[in-house]
Design a protein around this ligand. Structure first.
Ligand SMILES: [Zn+2]
Ligand SMILES: [Zn+2]
Ligand SMILES: [Zn+2]
Length: 251
């Protein structure tokens, strides 16, 4: 499997419009330090699956025939705004696996265009070709699913947006070793009002319990980037355009 981060930012990711902080200034002068809405492209077994779709350049990035589906964690704008632009197309229908959320996002589920929404329930695993996907419940301000994705002996989990994890989700995650965990971490330690996202201490505690072979933090806000730069604390934050390879162990 190969996971390419298309975005690693929260809704307050650097550069925040009008913010004079050092992280936002750095992101304005060095585009490699800017963060787009959190999303990733998973390539596995010849399939190309988009995880979340908040970017607004998706139609340009993914011409007809270049995507096999979208795993949508939830219907907040920073995760699904790009779908509003991808739906009006003459290209082939595009499956979108998503949680049951009657509110959805604006008119997205009413006027679907080429999108084919398929509602998923936590624990009900399904297959996309040879790939098994198990949705897991996350803890957020509206219905949100994480995705555990398995192919052969390779197993990864994408867990955003969430603050903490329910025990039933830990049970699924801990049922077998994890090669990679991608986890929501929006705030510096001790943030007073985390509002549905992990702070750094909470994210590190989850990673310590899951003990994956590799881990990346995503959905970072500018104040976390500022904290990390000022403190020098090392942690496993992802960067936009970073590629993580997960390879089955050889003999
Ligand atoms: Zn800032
Ligand atoms: Zn959200
Ligand atoms: Zn979000």
């Amino acid at each position: 499997m190969r996971l390419t981060f298309l975005g690693t930012g929260g809704v307050w990711a650097a550069p925040v419009h009008g913010c004079p902080c050092s992280a936002c200034d750095a992101a304005r002068t060095d585009p490699s330090r800017a963060r787009a809405p959190a999303s990733a492209l998973l390539e596995v077994a010849g399939l190309r699956l988009l995880i979340d779709a908040g970017r607004t350049d998706l139609p340009d990035r993914f011409p007809p025939g270049s995507l096999d589906g979208v795993l949508l964690t939830h219907f907040h704008a920073d995760h699904c705004l790009g779908l509003t632009l991808m739906r009006w197309s003459l290209a082939e229908p595009l499956p979108v696996w998503c949680p049951h959320d009657p509110r959805g996002y604006d008119d997205l589920t009413k006027h679907q265009g080429r999108l084919r929404f398929q509602t998923c329930a936590a624990g009900d695993a399904f297959c996309i070709g040879p790939v098994t996907v198990t949705p897991v419940t996350l803890i957020h301000s509206r219905p949100t699913l994480g995705w555990v994705i398995e192919h052969g002996a390779e197993r990864i989990a994408y867990l955003s947006d969430t603050r903490g994890l329910p025990e039933q989700t830990f049970a699924v995650l801990e049922a077998a070793p994890l090669d990679l965990v991608v986890l929501d971490c929006a705030y510096p330690p001790g943030s007073p009002d985390p509002r549905g996202h992990n702070d750094l201490d909470e994210a590190n505690a989850i990673l310590a319990r899951l003990a994956p072979k590799q881990a990346r933090l995503t959905h970072l806000n500018h104040d976390l980037d500022q904290y990390l730069a000022a403190s020098g604390v090392a942690c496993r934050t992802a960067r936009d355009h970073e590629v993580v390879e997960v390879a089955e162990q050889g003999f």
